[in-house]
Design a protein around this ligand. Sequence first.
Ligand code: SF4
Length: 479
Amino acid sequence: MAGSATAPGELLLINPFYPKDPWGSFGKHVLTPSLALTSIGGATPHEWRVRVWDENLLQDLPPVDLVPEVVGITVHITFARRAYELARWYRLHGSDVILGGPHVTACPGEAEQHADAIVVGDGVSVWPQVLHDVRHGKLKRRYKGSYRTPEYRASPPPRRDLLDRNCFLTTSSVIATRGCHNRCDFCFLAVDGLDMPYQMRDMQQVINDILVERQPYTVFIDNNLGSNRHFLRRLCAALKPLGTIWSAATSLDVTDDPTLVREMALSGCTGVFVGFESLTNANLVDAGKRTPPPSDYARRVSLLQDSGIQVNGSFVLGFDHDRPNVFERVVAWIEDVRLECATYQILTPYPGTPLYARLKAAGRLLHSNWDLYDTAHCVFRPRHMDPEELEAGYSWCYERTFSPLSVWRRRPRQLGAVPPYLAMTALYKWSNRLWPLLIRHRLVGPAWRPLVRLSRRRHLRLRRRLAAARPSAVLEVTP
Ligand code: SF4
């Protein structure tokens, strides 16, 4: 079959399959589509016919009926092996295969062995050039995309029309900013040579993205929507008239200013994903994370919750100051402050990060089997426990946090918020057996939408009460 004819002008963009962590929610993978492929679709000149194939939607293997002239594959560390398998197949059948994505930026030498060309850094900025070079038989081995030029706001809009909207909770996944004011040493943003400055898009572009999708719920997929508080305040003012709800990842320091938290709630924010990372200050200092001290976390969580904003807290386990009691300590704190949701990760040294360099220099890396660099496995030698102890503690944290008793203990204080919280938990965390069925039969959207509509109606009621209350009386508002 090698060397069979390809279909000129056909471009196939693939998001490869990756195994799901049994302790996490399978549903979180279909909350919103990643913008990686739709943004590349948006940067593709009109003469190309573009198809997007996400293997995680469990629809089948990527199309082989028509071998595309060009195949673009996004590569993350945990599915690098699958990406390389797909690349091999399509190259064997005559396609030009281009690899890009975070793992290609971190390990270009490795990725290059599996592709006709790779793109390091921002793919959107060089994609038209890559396709031009394919057309003219001048494809180079390596392209370097810059996150600095052209200006972020000049990037073409993503092609969301390439997606099946029933496969996701909402296709309104929007990005307003890129980068982060922090540079935590374990974060992908700290990868050597990434050079991603903090940038904001034009406000009207962001609002247009939301309006075009006409969905009641928007998920901002920014690394940290709260990096620039002035921008966030302006965004809230622009979102308020839309009457929709939204959620985002933000750093906890947005709570430095309670009036900003109020603006977020009044503009439709129903939930934030916050990287607390650790309850031990020395761990945060080691990681270089500038954040409020853990002793003040609880007060800040209350500020958000009392404005009707639920908190999904993210915790990293296995830092150098973590001892075997870290698991019970973190879970007890989560129950004390009644975090509505929590996500755990085993500290994972991604190649290219300062953490990776530090652990490698100390001889503490156990292997470089990327399949296991998935934050559910321990790939380094922790300082105060065995790798097996860390993995067992990680599983225990999930088991305990999503036990019926813990879920009930963490229920929202406002009575009206309890039924949607329980329904969301049931669907999000207790339905892993159901998810493959919903995903395979494109029922994700229809299954979630009634809950989304309910949340929006409830939030609009809360918003009216919040607007009527004195700004200083945020804590007195009860839905
Ligand atoms: S605050 Fe979050 S997004 Fe920003 S560098 Fe740290 S881990 Fe990365």
